[in-house]
Write a protein that binds this ligand. Sequence first.
Ligand SMILES: NC(=O)c1ccc[n+]([C@@H]2O[C@H](COP(=O)([O-])OP(=O)(O)OC[C@H]3O[C@@H](n4cnc5c(N)ncnc54)[C@H](O)[C@@H]3O)[C@@H](O)[C@H]2O)c1
Ligand SMILES: [Zn+2]
Length: 333
Amino acid sequence: MEGSAGAGPVSLSLGWVAPRDAGWVGVAAPAAEGAAGAGWAWLPPAWQARAVERDVAEVSTWLSEAHQVVALTGAGISTGSGIPDYRGPNGLWTKDPRAARTSSLSHYLADGEVRRLAWRNRLSSPVWGAVPNPGHAALVALERAGHLSAVVTQNVDELHQRAGHDPARVLELHGTMFWSRCWSCGDRRPMAEALARVRDGEEDPRCAAEPAGFRAEAPLGPDRAGGGPYCGGVLRSDTISFGQALDPAVLGAAQEVVREADLVVAIGSSLTVQPAAGLVPLARRSGARVVIVNAAPTRLDAVADAVVSGEISVVLPALVAGAGLTLPAPAAG
Ligand SMILES: NC(=O)c1ccc[n+]([C@@H]2O[C@H](COP(=O)([O-])OP(=O)(O)OC[C@H]3O[C@@H](n4cnc5c(N)ncnc54)[C@H](O)[C@@H]3O)[C@@H](O)[C@H]2O)c1
Ligand SMILES: [Zn+2]
């Protein structure tokens, strides 16, 4: 892989859209290798469009030249599908800091009230009815044209798979909401089963799996309360909570594809959650170009070769169109 830092005609990158005196925006010049951070300047409105166009064209060229693009996605790619992120302006935690407790493993295991809140939130989650948006479709276009080697996602909403990726190319660092898992015995089942029980009135459903070796004469079911033993462990969604380690196989596979990548595009992530965020400096160390696409500045903007700020469902289609690719038609359903 060719190193990119400091090489090539990288122009100004639109760094953030921070209204300051009648629409001026801050603009970051990409940081050179080893530099502490990017240089900042303020651009008047008339210059902004030029800077964005130039950036989009530059990054589009990189995409069209790349053979092993890795998209590293976060919650921001799914807000356009109606799923709130955590830390954006309409983020779940921005609006209600108490919501963070349901994402903490220790709180979830110790506190029935936290679990009941989590189940209510799951039942009414926008994830179940969400459909992929043009940002997801743009990544599918990259894959179909043979440029994309993997999507490494922090998301748990399965929208990348539904958008049409080869599922084998989607690495879910933080698991999926579409399955439940028992904390005691590890039993994994479709989430729909647990949600049906919540809908039927169980506020904190417990694992209904038979303990290993148990052979019930009657099948487990609604009558199990009067029947034989069942696990009874705490049920969770099959996702990674704060305080929990990632699946080493999935993390290892993600590190591998990033090491092999020639271009890594971090999309819609505040890049604050580890170890996912660490994949960005890993990409840089491994010689890949790094592009960040996000509405707000991230902690790792200074590591990137280019930062494109804007609405993901607009920016990504523009980037792949600039690379000469056509978006696939929306997946049915
Ligand atoms: N859809 C999901 O699956 C989902 C939703 C919420 C949280 N999470 C989980 O929460 C954690 C949150 O970390 P994170 O870094 O992914 O998210 P985050 O909430 O920390 O950051 C999201 C970033 O995306 C930006 N953003 C939001 N909508 C955007 C848009 N339409 N266009 C451009 N930028 C936009 C925000 O400004 C923010 O910087 C992850 O671990 C993830 O697993 C997942
Ligand atoms: Zn169990």
